[in-house]
Design a protein around this ligand. Structure first.
Ligand code: GTP
Ligand code: MG
Length: 592
């Protein structure tokens, strides 16, 4: 009989775990395996919860929603910033999201290569996380698919910068957990959705099935009388790409996307890294106002006097307006992915704002929310804790934060991960040195390792592991953590013998015979010898078992046998004494 669990339209992982009587970490790890980066407070919807219980093997549980709550909450949209009547039309900001391998990158590549021409003639395309394409003489800004981790981080920072989310669904695979997450993200962000059904050139493509699945998500296709725009595309044959871009512009027009120009420049940092000779570089998206070379801009706990300003093609520009991705140098330190930035008038104001930001960040406390009990547990934990030292490198700040956050979720009461170093960019000899001195493993996420560094690493016996898929990285870290767990010793009482004859007692050896009255005796094993309740000797190693005149490995209940054991001192064994046999099994444990 199916068990029903009622939830609202959404439920937190923690609350669901409670309803299922499972540790939240079980649920989180299953979601990780599906590429969803979640924390215990993350909310998932009915469909995701249903998939999740399925993956947990709880097929008899049906997740049902309390209907009345749905309609209301679904429509909660974030309030977008008000603009004045002087506001000007700006390009739409578009993100491509969807399940692993459904063709996000391929789609972006096709769009980019067909529509970005200027400046690329030389073939030098610096890969940045946002760029603009031209279509029908208009500009569209694309955020490169930053991976769900980064989006999750963005969401946490409360920043919603996408106007349109292209939900990518592979024609031959249909809606998957990350598709649902993408849909949810778009809804939360108040972004418009356009569905791109990809890989339609493939055998097994089934558009109707996907339309059906979309309808189940209250996304009724236009051709079925709803308002969900669906564009079938193929990145291979390039069919549908133009239509997709037409639709993006159409949606943008309906939305009347505008921004003010005559306000201080403002926007969001979407990537940051160090560059040789240029220092801290930030890639940012301007949302309002104008950013110019020479401006002072504050982002989180750092600021810059904009030294160089480039567009997404790496071309120098003197100013940039709304919806423009920019590459900025001149920051005093690396700004964080997700930081909002704002242009201020003077360096003094920049410094003061940084100080103020730091103060606010401190007040809202990063370890806030921890109860006294948790803190005590944390302190106690430290003493017996086995730690795995790691150095994490990632391509962009967003992934770095996500990888580190995810690694921390693997901690248990016994083992934990200690990040001894981290950074954005390729793996350097410095990382290798640090790893060698701290015994750390280097994890690279979408990070590269130059051949000479690889050489140094192998010379210094430093382990460098490069991953492109987050859960594979996490699985590996989990395996390493499991190695640190103290092996489990399983001791089992296998049998009992009553002494019927004592043949030899010396300081180091005891030989006796008797009857097995319970279970069976085996070798190897250890014994504890009792006279009534008194222990005459314990943990004595059995060296031989004899059944009649022959050596044996096993004697069964009801049989007579002879036993040799090693002792540390003489034991005056007597007839009638009781000998309990134990086996010991060492079992390596692993993290769940
Ligand atoms: P992740 O970044 O790993 O989540 O994947 P993705 O969504 O970016 O998918 P990607 O573009 O890397 O494509 C995954 C695989 O599907 C690749 O082998 C592509 O060549 C293939 N693929 C993508 N689009 C198409 C398409 O339109 N037709 C066909 N036949 N194959 C495609
Ligand atoms: Mg990809």
């Amino acid at each position: 009989m199916a068990r029903k669990i009622e939830i609202g339209d959404m439920i937190t992982i923690g609350a669901l775990a409670e309803k299922l009587s499972l540790p939240a970490t079980r649920l989180i790890s299953v979601l990780f395996k599906n590429g969803m980066m979640v924390t215990i407070n993350e909310k998932i919807d009915v469909d995701t919860a249903q998939i999740l219980v399925g993956e947990l093997g709880l097929d008899d549980i049906e997740i049902v929603s309390k209907q009345e709550e749905i309609a209301e909450k679904e429509t909660t949209k974030i309030v977008k910033r008000e603009v004045s009547d002087k506001a000007q039309v700006r390009p739409p900001v578009v993100a491509v999201m969807g399940h692993v391998d459904h063709g996000k990158t391929s789609l972006l590549d096709v769009i980019r290569s067909a529509n970005v021409t200027a400046g690329e003639a030389g073939g030098i395309t610096q890969h940045i996380s946002a760029y603009q394409v031209e279509h029908s003489n208009r500009i569209i800004t694309f955020l490169d698919t930053p991976g769900h981790e980064a989006f999750a981080a963005l969401r946490e920072h409360g920043a919603f910068l996408t106007d349109v989310v292209i939900i990518v669904i592979a024609a031959d695979d249909g809606i998957k957990p990350q598709t649902l997450e993408a849909i949810r993200f778009a809804r939360k962000a108040g972004a418009q959705m356009i569905v791109a059904i990809t890989k339609i050139d493939k055998e097994g493509a089934n558009l109707d099935r996907i339309k059906q699945q979309l309808s189940e998500q209250q996304m009724i296709p236009e051709e079925w009388g709803g308002d969900t725009i669906i564009v079938p595309v193929s990145s291979k044959t390039k069919v549908g790409i133009d239509k997709l871009l037409d639709m993006v512009l159409l949606v943008a027009d309906v939305e009347e996307l505008k921004a003010d120009i005559d306000v201080p420049g403002e926007g969001l940092v979407i990537e940051s890294h160090m560059e040789q000779g240029r220092g801290s570089i930030a890639v940012a998206l301007v949302q309002h106002g104008i950013v110019k070379r020479g401006d002072f801009i504050v982002a989180g706990d750092t600021y810059a006097k904009v030294r160089t300003l480039e567009n997404s093609l790496g071309e120098t520009i003197s100013e940039a307006g709304p919806s423009t991705p920019i590459v900025v140098s001149g920051f005093k330190a690396l700004p964080q992915f997700g930081n909002t930035f704002i242009v201020v008038k003077t360096e003094k104001i920049a410094r003061d704002t940084v100080a103020e930001n730091a103060l606010n960040a401190h007040a809202s406390g990063s370890n806030g929310g921890m109860t006294g009990g948790e803190l005590i547990r944390l302190i106690n934990k430290k003493t017996t804790m086995q730690e795995l030292n790691v150095i994490v490198k990632a391509d962009v700040q967003g992934s770095l934060t996500s990888v580190i956050d995810s690694l921390k979720t693997l901690d248990t009461d016994e083992v934990s991960i200690r990040v001894v170093g981290s950074g954005v960019g390729t793996i350097t000899d410095n990382d290798i040195r640090m790893a060698a001195t701290t015994g750390a493993i280097i994890y690279g996420f979408n990070a590269t390792m130059p051949p000479n560094i690889k050489h140094i690493a192998s010379r210094d016996k430093v382990q460098v592991r490069l991953y492109r898929i987050i859960y594979e990285l996490l699985d590996d870290a989990k395996k390493e953590l499991s190695e640190l767990l103290i092996d489990e010793e399983i001791i089992t009482n296998v049998g009992r013998l009553i002494v019927r004859g004592v043949f030899k007692t010396t300081k180091t050896e005891l030989i006796f015979g008797g009857e097995v009255t319970k279970g069976k005796l085996v070798v190897p094993s250890t014994v504890t010898v009792y006279r009534d309740e008194e222990i005459l000797g314990s943990n004595l190693v059995v060296t031989n078992l004899k059944h009649g005149p022959t050596d044996t490995k096993e004697v069964l209940e009801g049989e007579m046998c002879g036993v040799n054991v090693l002792t540390a001192n003489r034991i005056d064994l007597e007839e009638g004494d009781r000998v309990e046999f134990f086996t010991k099994e060492i079992r390596a444990r692993s993290l769940k």
